[in-house]
Write a protein that binds this ligand. Structure first.
Ligand SMILES: Nc1ncnc2c1ncn2[C@@H]1O[C@H](COP(=O)(O)OP(=O)(O)O)[C@@H](O)[C@H]1O
Ligand SMILES: [Mg+2]
Length: 257
């Protein structure tokens, strides 16, 4: 499924009622089965943008639409949140089944589909554990399995690995890429980490500081599957260097103000 963002703007009101412009006329498209990352400094409106794509938040201007055949029995989008937004009173399996319950999938079918994504996400053997019994990495696997279980056309990921230590993050990045190879979803993945943005993506959309505007789109011409050693390739170094320069200029301006 293709995602089209057309001049998306968002202005919040702060607690005094003053306008806070979070996004300014963001236009972009994400092709079917494409893995696009959105990178930008903290507070530039990345989460806002994903929530608008998910339909959780209405834009103040512009619009988002989807192109391509949509299955009637499954949602267009599903979100993996930055903080492990799991239900603490549900086991891993029951968390994964949550979206399926919402869709009214019968219990036996729910269990079957949950099991499939539990295995895909590397959670086999942990079905009965509660979130507090799981490490950060395992919890985020549950978040991913829960989002995938409803078989959305578009997977939205909001800094899903930023709370993890560097080694776990690397592992999870590779596993997510492997899952994507197998499930071929359209993925929009938000991060403030430039290396991560380039490593994961077919294309990186670079946002300015708040209000977020599109500064550039960078095509990542690295082969797939991605492997760790690619971070030493000229393509990787050039892409991260270019994005870093764009964001550094912005950070300098922010320091001056
Ligand atoms: N509900 C809200 N009300 C008012 N301001 C908000 C709200 N949500 C976010 N903001 C502001 O909008 C800007 C963008 O926020 P956010 O989308 O969370 O950025 P990011 O995810 O890139 O860090 C920030 O300045 C933030 O403080
Ligand atoms: Mg955010």
């Amino acid at each position: 499924m293709r995602v089209v963002l057309e001049g998306v703007s968002k202005t919040y009101a702060d607690r005094h009622g003053h306008p806070v412009e979070a996004l300014c006329e963001v236009s972009a498209r994400v092709e079917s089965e494409e893995f696009v990352t959105i990178v930008g400094p903290s507070g530039c409106g990345k989460s806002t943008l994903l929530q608008i794509v998910a339909g959780l938040l209405a834009p103040s201007g512009g619009r988002v639409y989807f192109e391509g055949a949509a299955a009637a029995d499954r949602p267009i989008t599903a979100m993996v949140f930055q903080e492990f937004a799991l239900f603490p009173w549900r086991t891993a399996q029951a968390n994964v089944e949550f979206g399926l319950e919402e869709l009214g999938v019968p219990a036996a079918e729910r269990a079957r589909r949950a099991q499939q994504y539990i295995e895909l996400a590397g959670l086999a053997g942990f079905e009965g554990k509660y979130p507090y019994q799981l490490s950060g990495g395992m919890r985020q696997r549950v978040g991913i399995a829960r989002a995938l279980a409803v078989d959305p056309a578009v997977l939205l990921m909001d800094e899903p690995f930023s709370a993890l230590d560097a080694q776990t993050r690397q592992l999870m990045q590779e596993e997510l890429l492997a899952i994507w190879e197998r499930t071929r979803k359209t993925i929009i993945y938000v991060t403030h980490n430039i290396q991560e943005a380039v490593y994961m993506a077919d294309r990186v959309i670079v946002l300015s500081r708040r209000p977020g505007r599109v500064l550039a789109e960078v095509l990542v011409e690295l082969k797939r599957p991605r492997v760790e050693t690619m971070v030493a390739e000229p393509v990787f170094i050039q892409a991260t260097g270019r994005i870093w320069r764009l964001i550094k200029d912005q950070a300098r301006q922010a320091l001056v103000q």
